[in-house]
Design a protein. Structure first.
Length: 279
């Protein structure tokens, strides 16, 4: 079995030794290992990929028993098992198209269970990929009812990750709290940036020379969640607002897809208000 194990705990002597000993105890062999100690929080994180002849349950039990004295947060995932993912979008398709395309190419290791939208615009795109499209009108249902339906779907479909692919609705504080660390959003700027409507028009008016996008975890603090991935593009005075929008869309889709891939491969650790990412 090809198994991904992640560990997060307070830094202390003997963590690596305990992990290697536990892996050996389950007839395992380490084929990848990355680790980092955050000096601010003294938090130690590690991602280990192992091969073992034991079952997932037996390997989990053996490794957990060998590390229990460290009081760690542990996760175990067979490498071939993909994260069950729910995508939420509104009318813009560029981020959604990229995720669908990469999954079809087998370059995005997620299992898309469905796409939820507060508009019907993207139904033909989603259904052309053979995926369920779920229309939930915020105006008709109200935010509370719509969010409860989404939470019911997340539970029934055993969703591991929610991706906001340009979903243009603010999620409630309770919704964000219940799914903290499991919702990724793409923001249309290299945070911090221009707030409010028409950010690219604001950027054009200010004569910016760099535009970008930021993928981050969603928290009750809206766009202040831990940052996962960012990228930028240099632009000149000759770029129109429409040029900036086109460039921005390209950055957004790439940055969101990168963040989703990191999550899908168990490469992200939330440490305090920021992330540690093993690339």
């Amino acid at each position: 079995m090809d198994l991904i194990v992640t560990l997060q705990c307070q830094d202390q002597p003997g963590i690596v030794h305990a992990m290697t000993t536990s892996v050996l105890a389950c007839n395992g062999n380490i084929i990848e290992n990355q680790q980092f100690t955050d000096p601010t929080t003294n938090m130690f994180v590690m991602r280990t990929r192992i091969e073992t002849s034991e079952s997932i349950d037996d390997a989990r039990r053996t490794i957990t028993d060998g590390l229990i004295h460290l009081k760690p947060a542990l996760t175990f995932r067979p490498n071939e098992v993909r994260k069950r993912t729910l995508i939420m979008a509104t009318t813009e398709s560029h981020c959604l198209r990229d995720l669908l395309f990469l999954q079809e190419l087998d370059e995005m290791p997620i299992d898309i269970a469905a796409v939820v939208s507060n508009h019907e615009t993207l139904r033909p795109l989603v259904e052309s990929h053979g995926l369920p499209f779920i229309y939930l009108s915020i105006d008709i249902l109200g935010k509370n009812v719509a969010e409860e339906e989404i939470l019911t779907l997340i539970k029934s479909e055993k969703i591991d990750l929610v991706v906001l692919a340009r979903y243009m609705q603010i999620l409630s504080e309770s919704f964000c709290t219940r799914l903290e660390g499991k919702i990724i959003n793409i923001h249309h700027s290299f945070l911090p940036g221009f707030a409010g409507a028409k950010p690219y028009h604001q950027a054009h008016e200010r004569g910016v020379k760099i535009i970008g996008a930021t993928a981050h975890f969603v928290t009750p603090l809206l766009d202040e969640g831990p940052i996962i991935a960012q990228d930028i593009a240099h632009v000149s005075h000759s770029a129109s607002p429409e040029d900036l929008i086109a460039i921005g869309r390209d950055i957004e889709r790439r940055v969101l897809s990168q963040a989703v891939k990191y999550f899908a491969q168990d490469r992200i650790f939330i440490v305090g208000s920021r992330t540690v990412i093993f690339q």
